[in-house]
Design a protein around this ligand. Structure first.
Ligand SMILES: [Zn+2]
Length: 427
């Protein structure tokens, strides 16, 4: 049997698909372009949530959040153990397993069980991928600190708020902070790829998307508004007026947020890049299909020559051998502590059904993504057959859930979530 290739799972937190792949992006990313034209990409890879922990849990386990029960960033989500994980499977195959993580993927989350070595970074003031941490990682890779065959899960926090600033000699080309950071990630990725062997396998992906500023001007004006808000919120009367103005005049798409994720199931929050790159093991191709993060573990195993067998219906499949099929995504604890306001979407292009699974009084909404990419018009009455079929599909999907895990979050837990999110720079 040939030796096992080293595997780098390179996950850029908050990286949207349309900002690194496609014609509309403004960024220049030659390294990512190289991976895409020489690797296997999936046209529409859909995240299971737009929060880190549920998405990473699904990448590792090949299961949806209602199956593995990691739904958000609560204390329970940190202690829940995955019944099955790609990490332990790879360890059993003989891999040395390394995790370089940040933010909610801390040492104390059971999600990282199976890693031999975990390095967690404090990122309250931003990641250091472009300086200290990145330099150290390059040095460790170069000097053989990672014992072969290695499986390295590299979780990059540079695009998450507060967005990491690029190196000082970076030429500003009128891009937003988010775009500049993508270009800087691309440069660092080039260094990493220069070290690892051509026989190794790189998986380039993201956990979820992000609501971002479209231009430098909107970024500047938002920064000003945020600065005013931070000062004004300490004065109750002004605070109440600002909340009133925000609720009445600012679009509800994004819940009044200027940036962020976790609050909804819009495509810009859930469409993420996925590329498998290995000149030796993977043929360059574009799979023109829709897949889910639950498919990553079975596909990885197949590339390595092993099977990932599962016995239930709604689980991950090998993307090389699967056809288009509906996939699911939810918005949970970051949307609301009230579980009645949680969202579930089933995406079956060109349609997407969006519903509140714990609130039967609220009628689901059907979008036609090819004609309405911004998801503004409900077309349920124009397509009653598709509407009913997707509603039935959601019903079967929801039969997998554990009702206890859909319960409301109590005020103590809400405070704890807020504290965790604050530490991660959300407020
Ligand atoms: Zn994330």
């Amino acid at each position: 049997m040939p030796p096992l290739p080293n595997v780098l799972l390179f996950l850029v937190d908050c990286l949207r698909n349309d900002y690194c792949i496609g014609l509309e992006r403004r960024v220049s990313t030659p390294t990512i372009d190289h991976l895409i034209s020489n690797g296997c990409t999936v046209d529409q890879l859909i995240a299971v949530n737009s929060l880190t922990l549920p998405c990473v849990a699904s990448i590792f386990s090949g299961q949806y959040p209602i199956q593995h029960n990691i739904r958000g960033h609560t204390a329970k989500d940190s202690v829940t153990q995955l019944q099955r994980s790609i990490v332990t499977e790879m360890k059993n195959l003989g891999y040395n397993t390394y995790a370089e993580t940040a933010g909610p993927l801390s040492r104390d989350t059971n999600l990282l069980n199976g890693f031999d070595t975990i390095h967690w970074r404090e990122v309250q003031h931003g990641d250091k991928f472009f300086d200290d941490f990145g330099d150290d990682l390059v040095h460790r890779l170069r000097s053989g600190d990672f014992k072969e065959p290695w499986f390295l899960f590299l979780h990059i926090w540079s695009l998450h708020v507060p967005i990491e600033k690029p190196p000082k000699n970076y030429a500003n080309k009128g891009l937003t902070d988010y775009e500049i950071a993508i270009e800087a990630i691309d440069k660092r990725l080039k260094e990493l790829l220069g070290i690892i062997s051509k026989d190794d396998l790189v998986i380039f992906t993201s956990d979820h998307g992000e609501r971002v500023f479209r231009s430098k001007l909107s970024q500047r004006s938002a920064k000003l508004r945020i600065a005013i808000w931070k000062r004004a919120r300490t004065i109750p009367l002004i605070r109440n007026w600002l909340i009133f103005i925000r609720n009445v005049f600012i679009s509800k798409r994004g819940g009044g947020l200027e940036f962020g994720h976790g609050y909804d199931v819009f495509d810009y929050l859930i469409h993420v890049p996925l590329c498998f790159y290995s000149p030796k093991l993977v043929q360059p191709q574009k799979l023109c299909i829709q897949g889910s993060q639950v498919d990553i573990a079975p596909t990885l195993m197949e590339i390595l020559g092993f099977k990932w067998v599962s016995n239930t219906g709604f689980v991950g499949k090998n993307l090389f051998k699967t056809q288009n099929r509906p996939v699911f995504c939810e918005a949970t604890t970051n949307r609301s502590p009230d579980h009645n306001k949680w969202l579930l979407a089933v995406r079956d292009p060109p349609f997407k059904l969006r519903l509140e699974p714990n609130n039967e009084l609220k009628e689901p909404i059907l979008f036609r993504l090819d004609k309405d990419p911004e998801e503004k018009r409900n077309v349920s009455t124009s397509y009653p057959d598709e509407f009913n079929a997707l509603k039935d599909l959601c019903k079967s999907f929801l039969s997998l859930r554990n009702p206890v895990d859909d319960s409301d979050i109590d005020s103590h837990e809400e405070k704890e979530i807020r504290k965790r999110l604050e530490a991660l720079g959300y407020f």
